[in-house]
Write a protein that binds this ligand. Sequence first.
Ligand code: BG6
Length: 472
Amino acid sequence: MSKLDKVFPENFLWGGAIAANQAEGAWNVDGKGPSIADVSRGGIISGVSDMAVDPTKFYASHEAIDFYHRYKEDVALFAEMGFTLFRTSIAWSRIFPKGDEDAPNEAGLQFYDDLFDELLHHGIQPMITISHYETPLHLANEYGGWENEKLITFFNRYCEVIFNRYKEKVKYWMTFNEVNNMHKIPFATGACRIEEGPDRLQRLYQASHNLLVANAHAVRLGKEIMPQNQVGCMLSLSAFYPNTCHPDDVFEAYEFRRRSLFYSDVMLRGHYPAYAYRIWDENNIKLNIRPGELELIRDHTCAFLAFSYYLSSTHKAGMPILSSTGGSRGIDNPYLEKTNYGWTIDPKGLRYVCNELYDRYEKPLFIVENGYGGIDEISEDGKIHDPYRVDYVKKHLIEIQEAILDGCEILGYAYWGPIDIVSAGTGEMRKRYGFIYVDRDNDGNGTLERIKKDSFDWYKEVIETNGRSLFE
Ligand code: BG6
């Protein structure tokens, strides 16, 4: 067989990804404390949040799709599709309800034991995000989130507990979901309420430093407690293009891209990149770096780079950056179509990003989020026909295959939201990604029944043939 044959590597991992707060529900069951997602309305990414749960308001995460109680049924459906990988997060506030306790909550630990056993029983490897936009609320309210270095200690304790508990069950771990979103959505990423103001950048970089130190500690603890497993980092890395070949557009787009890659540069190369010092100088930023922290970052770099990829965006010099999609407001790419949520569809951008990242780091890549979020309708025949989703995934998988041929080492693909879950960006159920439909609406009505969409059988065949069906 030629190296250029259109096949995926034999050990390529296929599956899907969710986050605890978008799926589990049971927000206050079995000792779980509230997380920052549990006080967010309109989606954790939207940044609209209360200080405490207000019983008169509706919060989508409180019940979500009740994965907490229905995971067996859902895992069986994932197994039917042939998943070999399932990414989810551990809800930190199930394990440490407030975040600063000395001892963990056994009922929370038991839930994940049961979930991982169920997955392993079906031959599905769990892959874990340690913190996915769901920091315990108490750590945000009482400590100011990741601006406070005490969170490093609490996070270390949490990592120690879960690494020891699940080291025989979970091989792949990721520290912070989309950690490079710290500047755009500091509440979701860092549990920090940082408003506009003269000290904004100082605060964002200090909180980022604390996250980067915590990441290095997690890698260190991972090596000590479970040397057979791997701890990686996770970034949002949709593609980013200059609007024209004007050198100002090109360079400014490059600079913005580096603000994201700043995080992976530190976590994979083990030091602050040269360009960071100019940003800090020009903005009068003085980081509080404690003794030993730079050495820790140097000595404990991540084993792989996991990332989300949904779209590409375009930047024009001098224009402000949009927070949700990353590009400049009002600047469209005339070569690309969009989903009905306005997200560009750019499969080749995924090949571009894989190459960009592999060229830069030469570390294994994991695509742990990619998917089509849109509005699905139940047809008169009672089925959900979603050819747009099949088309989207097919084109992206073909470009991943191309990236593999380009020489990128890609360990696996976890489709985002293989079952409908609450949207992190809008808080809706209406924005659906799933191969499996869940009967629930934006206001919490519905039976929660699970229904296979047309894409279910299609994805099953892709996995069954290890991607060969994409080329038939
Ligand atoms: C990523 C997040 O940014 O995008 C997920 O890691 C999120 O939590 C996903 O759900 C898709 O975004 P949305 O807004 O469509 O849910």
